[in-house]
Every structure is written in structure tokens, then in C-alpha cells.
Design a protein around this ligand. Sequence first.
Ligand SMILES: NC(=O)c1ccc[n+]([C@@H]2O[C@H](COP(=O)([O-])OP(=O)(O)OC[C@H]3O[C@@H](n4cnc5c(N)ncnc54)[C@H](O)[C@@H]3O)[C@@H](O)[C@H]2O)c1
Length: 241
Amino acid sequence: MRFTNKVCLVTGSGSGIGRAAALRFASEEGKVLVIDRDEKGGQETVDMITQAKGTAIFSKCDVGVEQEIQASVQLALDRWGKIDVLVNDAAMMTFKKIIDLSVEEWDKVMTVNMRSVFLFCKFCIPHMNKGAIVNISSVHAFETTANVVPYASSKGAMEAFIRGVSLEYPGQIRINCVAPGAVDTPMLWNNPNVKSGAEKVEGAIGKPEELAAAICFMASDDASFVNGTTLVADGGRLDIL
Ligand SMILES: NC(=O)c1ccc[n+]([C@@H]2O[C@H](COP(=O)([O-])OP(=O)(O)OC[C@H]3O[C@@H](n4cnc5c(N)ncnc54)[C@H](O)[C@@H]3O)[C@@H](O)[C@H]2O)c1
């Protein structure tokens, strides 16, 4: 098993891709800290893991709040004493043109989608030895549509972030992105651009489990020579966008 006795922190694991990744880590004997601001979803993920005889605990955390991130990391350390894998998955979107966007809305997207990645890395890396960080980017980092500029910008920033951080701790951690295309989760179906057909997803909709497979590969020793790069897992969607 690739994650036996490995401590795996997964933000946004109360739903969708994060949940599928948490389940996959646990099925390969990882000890999972399920991190989400949604208590119900997070607890459901923990229940799914424990019912399958896996190991998981829930940490209620808004990744937009520094103190809550620190408390989450501390919970993992208090329980298991180390951190092996960090998956930064939680994110949000806005659906406005930029002149209609308030400063608060811009800051909120950057805080939740990008500052959280910086803070989780800052607090986790000192406790990681031969660890792996996987950040969930998006095809929107490379090709995008109108009305989602803060989201696309945050994912583009994440891409540059991992390239820089990969140079700072060689041998101690690997850090990479997985960039999903359209994936069958609430985030996809709540997107008004998808509902209206402005953003076309037909023909290339992945399952959360398919993303979990990509995430767990990047987090595992199977990817030991993969650092500072991005695995696009989009069913060929970049060719459609
Ligand atoms: N679904 C897609 O089509 C798609 C495509 C490309 C990228 N992504 C990326 O995949 C990741 C997961 O998305 P998903 O589709 O599984 O979404 P989802 O809505 O199913 O799950 C997102 C989870 O993140 C949590 N979350 C949101 N804001 C939070 C916050 N401030 N603090 C803590 N938790 C928070 C939510 O409660 C939810 O449980 C995101 O980074 C998203 O940008 C998704």
C-alpha cells in the first residue's frame, strides 16, 4: 500500500474531488485529516472512511482564516506527530466581469484559493520529510472563459507558486499541481456558465475518482522524480476550451 502510516491532509475533502482523494488515501492505508468548513460533508467523509475500516479525523476549518489553518495542522501533529502529504483542494469562484467585482470579492477568492495554499505550505513543510504536496489547479490556469477572472488568476498563481517552492526544499518535499478539467461535482453543476452553456463541458466530464487517482499518484513515491510541474487530467478538455 502506497500510503501505509502516511499522514495525509486534504482540504475541501467534505465533497467532490477532495473527498474522493481522501477516500483513496485511506483505502491505501493513509491516515487522513479531512479538512473542510462544511462540518456535515466533512463528517460524512470521515464516516465513509471509518466504515471501510480506514483512519480519518475531521478538522473544521475555513481555509480563508490563518488561525484555523494553524489549528488544523496542529491537530494532525497532535494526533499523528508528522505530515507526509498535503493536498490543497478547497476553492471558490465568482461569476462577474471585473469592473463589477468588488475589492472584497477579489480578495476573498485570492485568500481562499491561493493564500491558503501559501499558509498550509508554510505551516506543514517544517514537519515534512520526504513529503509531497499536491495543489489542485484547473484548466482555467491555461485557457479560460469570461466572468471567472479571479478564479483563473488564482489558479495561474498556484502554477507559478509550485514552480518556485519546488526549488526551495529539494529532497525534503516535492510539490506539484493536478489541473482538472470538468469533473462531476457540485462545483461544476453550480457554475452558471456551465448551466447556461457558455462554458462547454460535453464530452469531457471526469469522475472525482479519476482525479483522485491522479492526485494520489502525484502524492506517492511512484512520482518520486516528479517535482514542480503539473499533471493535466482533463480528458482532453484543453483541446475543447
Ligand atoms: N469540478 C470541476 O469541474 C473542477 C474543475 C477544475 C478544477 N476544480 C478544482 O477542484 C477542487 C475541488 O473542487 P470540487 O469540484 O471537488 O468542488 P466541491 O464543491 O465538490 O468541493 C469543494 C469543497 O471545498 C470546501 N470549501 C470551499 N471553500 C472552503 C473554505 N473557505 N474553507 C474550507 N473548505 C472550503 C467546500 O465546503 C467543499 O466541501 C477546487 O480546487 C476546484 O477549483 C474543479
